[in-house]
Write a protein that binds this ligand. Sequence first.
Ligand SMILES: [Zn+2]
Length: 142
Amino acid sequence: MDDKDDVQDVEIMPTDIVFDCPNCNHNLVVDYRAAGLQVPCSQCGTIIQVPIPDGMLLEDLDCDPGELLQQLLQTRRMLVKAENAAQQLGEKIAEMTQQVAEYRKALQSVKARMETLQEAADLANATRQDITTLIEAAITVK
Ligand SMILES: [Zn+2]
């Protein structure tokens, strides 16, 4: 038989190109218009070139140059958007890291104050104990 058995849940059209990822061997199905293009493998993400089927001419692609240019421009716009988003994310992460450092500092300050409060409470308890002892002594003397 053939080795295309692992393509499941995908309806293969006569115009599809079926091939294996050279990196992870995952069976891939792409539209014939992707012939010769570089695409990321849906399984491992490696950028791979879609094979051009035997006998297929690139002129067979039903994209006119204008349409291709349009797609190229759109891809480039998406790339710019993605780069902007990535930069914004990077800034956000730096901002959050800064905030975490500030929270950590504030927490340490709170912890130090809690320790001071605990010491004051211990001192108050000890003093109350002393006073109670004194009062009991006074009562006993009487
Ligand atoms: Zn792969």
